[in-house]
Design a protein around this ligand. Structure first.
Ligand code: GDP
Ligand code: MN
Length: 393
């Protein structure tokens, strides 16, 4: 789960990390009021969306008086920002962060994430701040410094010291930088983050080390023990289909294509995404219905997949183990009754109760449902059917 920059900064502040003074605002008037209270010579007006790259897209503006604050606020609110992280469809801005401007001496990069190869938390620091870190990693990888954290002992002070040195902090602020690195690591671990990123982390002309930007992602699987984080959720930033699926306990990821797939088991779901690609299609989603499917859950999944017109066909690829094929078939029939099948469904069922499942579908005589025997055959047909719809449009 993602949260907004202003929320991430509040959390960082609680963990002793220096951030600029500021408050969120939802209208130009509120923005002006916050700016007046701040009383600084420069005020920064920042779009709050769950994506970076806002600066280049016009979502971060420096204002020199209250009229400018109001003007920039009215320009940015309601605007659709398209950045390298939003995808081409962009994100509409509904909130702003109004904060006091900092006098930047130098920008740095600092990030904490999990290194899946070593299965350890990893700290990454770079003197190349304020730029896309992916670009730095690709072009000048020697400018990124890493510290692997042994989970048994946690981040050691010497590591924080080494990282601050490598990042190039001047001697007089090295102590502040080290403390900040330790604090960010503590936040990452205590709040079960999957990513904590400060880009840029800045050295100010007043010799402070300040988080000018803040990004925190949280491990969804650990949210059950962090009600305080769950409370920060902004549903308007999330994919409505992913939200609906999460509520129905379906494991669903939107992939943007037009061949929807409904599968049981994460391994088969990945194989299904692959085989759709193999036959020249674009998967609309990854969907694992899990091992405890009910007719209602299957019907709900089909409803979600055809809710917004993105998918043009649905490939149901089920290998019945704990899941039973007759339950899946019943779900398809139920969905046809409840929400109607608006797009063709290709069903390949195998495993537990397969004969009963096939019979339920055959007896229902649903014109939109194509029953197939093999996974290859089903993937091919689902891709062809989606392509046909596209040609027809
Ligand atoms: P992003 O583009 O979404 O990553 O947004 P950032 O919060 O990183 O802001 C983009 C850029 O705006 C930063 O890299 C800074 O160069 C600049 N910026 C942000 N806040 C300030 C500030 O208080 N003073 C100055 N001078 N520049 C700022
Ligand atoms: Mn940034």
């Amino acid at each position: 789960m993602n949260i907004h920059e202003y929320q991430a900064k509040q959390l960082m502040k609680w963990y002793g990390i220096d951030v600029p003074n500021g408050q969120p605002a939802f209208s130009p008037e509120e923005a002006a009021r916050v700016a007046k209270d701040l009383g600084s010579d420069v005020v920064v007006v920042k779009a709050q969306i769950h994506a970076g790259g806002r600066g280049k897209a016009g979502g971060v503006k420096l204002a020199h008086n209250i009229d400018e604050v109001k003007y920039f606020a009215s320009q940015i609110l309601g605007k659709k920002l398209v950045t390298h992280q939003t995808g081409p469809e962009g994100k509409v801005v509904n909130r702003l962060l109004i904060e006091e401007g900092s006098h930047i001496e130098k920008e740095y990069y600092l990030g904490v994430t999990i290194d899946r190869d070593s299965a350890e938390v990893i700290l990454m620091g770079s003197p190349e701040g304020g730029m896309e870190i992916e670009k730095v990693a690709a072009e000048t990888p020697d400018r990124i410094f890493m510290e692997h954290i042994n989970p048994a002992v946690g981040l050691q002070p010497f590591q924080a010291k080494r990282l601050a040195y490598n990042m190039g902090f001047p001697e007089k602020v090295a102590g502040k930088a080290q403390k900040l690195i330790l604090n960010l690591y503590t936040l990452f671990v205590e709040k079960d983050c999957s990513l904590a990123e400060i880009n840029p982390l800045v050295l100010t002309k007043e010799n402070n080390v300040v988080a000018l930007d803040a990004k925190l992602n949280f491990d969804d699987s650990a949210l059950f023990r962090h009600n305080e984080i769950e409370a920060l959720r902004d549903e308007s930033e999330e994919d409505p289909k992913e939200r609906a699926a999460a509520k129905a306990s379906l494991s669903y990821v939107n992939l943007g294509g037009d061949v929807a797939c409904m599968v049981n088991g994460a391994g088969l779901a990945m194989a299904t995404v692959d085989i759709i690609k193999f036959y020249g299609g674009e998967p609309a989603n990854f969907l694992d219905v899990g091992g405890d499917s009910t007719v209602e859950k299957i019907a709900e999944a089909i409803g979600i997949m055809q809710s917004d017109g993105q998918a043009q066909s649905i490939f149901v690829n089920i290998f019945g183990g704990i899941n039973k094929c007759d339950v899946i078939a019943g779900g398809i029939v139920e969905a046809a009754k409840l929400v109607g099948l608006k797009i063709p469904v290709v069903a390949r069922l195998d495993g537990t109760n397969v004969e009963a499942g096939r019979k339920i579908l055959a007896d229902a005589k649903l014109p939109m449902v194509h029953l197939v025997e093999k996974m290859e055959e089903g993937a091919k047909l689902a891709v062809e059917l989606a392509a046909k719809v596209k040609e027809g449009a």
